[in-house]
Design a protein around this ligand. Structure first.
Ligand code: PLP
Length: 419
């Protein structure tokens, strides 16, 4: 099949025009800084949209997550001594199948991530595995949970488990802005939450993120830390470590121009998901699942191949091999076929417990603990939910600007893999 002349991306920025107006406003008024009307507006809109009291506009969602960990650590353990981390030496329960930015900030602050396995029905952190983890480590006081690909699942249940055990919840809603669970917006479940405006997210500022919270005191602290932690004095007075994490007013202009288009982006992503579901419905695959409590933002369409339709696939640390078989396929084969069409798919986030750097970290499944398992995966030999979804699942090209005709060709190429 002839490849597309212009690459079809997994998810790329979709601009509308208003972004330019607000960026230009920043320029024309000379608020080319980390102060200005666009930032104030982004904070107002982000808080209103998520249904929380306060939003703090920052340079990235990763920065927001870092300040979330610092706020939680200080609340739980007090202000750390200079040069020490806010959760130093403490175990923190973390999502396992996610982007590493979810938990990197736990490490910035000296914490020890303990990975919680994934629920096969929702692809998000498994509340039952989290319960198991609290049974094993009742002293743990912090949970960091991400919503996968804009398809929330179990986040209210996870919040309740945290409350029962006196733990705080950080919600990484980077991928889930605009999605709801039981009618509540993602980003409103955590004691502290974070959203992202990274270039490939549902709306974008090219970069940027917000910390969301209902506590004015915490919002003020985050704002202070993000601007080098300067005390109220006539000179530069410092009592604690600071960061340069504030959002630029130019970037905020882009985000301000994008917000009116959030619902339209979600509708477009839903149409993409529905078209894949329809076009692939008689193949031995299932689309990324969600239940009736969840209204996704459909950021990335993902699928999983039925176990008995997997051809042999082996993944090492950096390479993958497969042996094609009639009527069967695997993510490696399908990703190659999609790439051959000049379109971009992606493997599922490789679970953290399978990452070389976390080889010695604990990983807790519904049945109890396990150490990180082998990285090689052979069909039919999955040892845990995350490894299994990683082996059999994949993200499909989900770009807003992909045409139905292009998507039909991608569907055709996927179908051919199972012939
Ligand atoms: C994109 C993403 C982040 C990081 O967002 P940035 O704004 O790029 O820092 C964090 N967590 C998850 C789950 C993400 O997908």
């Amino acid at each position: 099949m002839k490849p597309f002349e212009k690459k079809v991306w997994l998810a790329s920025p979709t601009m509308h025009g208003e972004e330019m107006k607000y960026m230009k406003e920043a320029y024309d008024t000379n608020w080319m800084s980390t102060v200005g009307a666009n930032i104030n507006e982004v904070e107002r809109i982000a808080a209103e949209k998520a249904g929380v009291k306060y939003a703090v506009a920052l340079s990235a969602c990763t920065a927001a997550l870092h300040l979330c960990v610092k706020l939680a650590g200080e609340k739980l353990y007090g202000r750390p001594a200079v040069g020490h981390g806010a959760v130093e030496g403490k175990r923190v329960f973390c999502s396992d199948m996610t982007f590493d930015a979810t938990l990197n900030p736990v490490l910035y602050e000296g914490g020890i991530p303990v990975f919680i396995d994934t629920n096969p029905e929702t692809w998000n952190m498994d509340p039952a595995a989290l319960e198991k983890a609290f049974e094993m480590y009742p002293e743990v006081k912090l949970v960091v949970c991400a919503e996968l690909y804009g398809f929330p699942g179990g986040i209210r249940e996870i919040k309740e488990i945290c409350e029962k055990h006196g733990a705080l919840l950080i919600e990484d809603a980077a991928e889930a802005m605009g999605a709801t669970y039981e009618g509540r917006q993602c980003g409103s479940f955590g004691d502290y939450s974070a959203i992202s405006y990274n270039g490939n997210k549902i709306i974008t500022g090219s970069a940027g993120g917000c910390l969301l919270t209902n506590s004015l005191e915490d919002a003020n602290k985050a704002r202070k830390w993000s601007t080098q932690a300067r005390e109220a004095a006539a000179w530069y007075q410092h009592e604690e470590v600071g960061y340069n994490y504030r959002m630029s007013n130019v970037i905020a202009g882009v985000i301000r121009g994008q917000y009116p288009h959030l619902e339209e982006h979600i509708a477009r992503k839903k149409a993409i998901y529905d078209r894949y579901a329809e076009g692939l419905k008689d193949l031995p695959v299932k689309m990324i699942p969600f239940d009736e409590k969840s209204v996704p933002n459909y950021w990335l369409s993902a699928l999983i191949i039925d176990e008995d339709a997997m051809c042999k696939q082996v993944r090492g640390e950096t390479d993958a091999l497969y042996i094609g078989e009639a009527g069967k396929s695997c993510p490696t084969e399908i990703l190659e076929a999609i790439a051959g069409l000049n379109a971009e798919g992606r493997p599922i986030w490789k679970p953290m417990h399978m990452q070389p750097m976390y080889r010695m970290h604990e990983f807790i499944t519904v049945d109890g603990t396990g150490r990180a398992k082998t990285n090689a995966y052979i069909a039919g030999e999955a040892k845990d939910v995350g490894a299994d979804i990683f082996a059999r699942g994949m993200c499909l090209p989900s770009d807003n600007k992909m045409t139905p005709e292009q998507q039909d060709r991608i569907i055709e190429v996927i179908r051919a893999c199972f012939e």
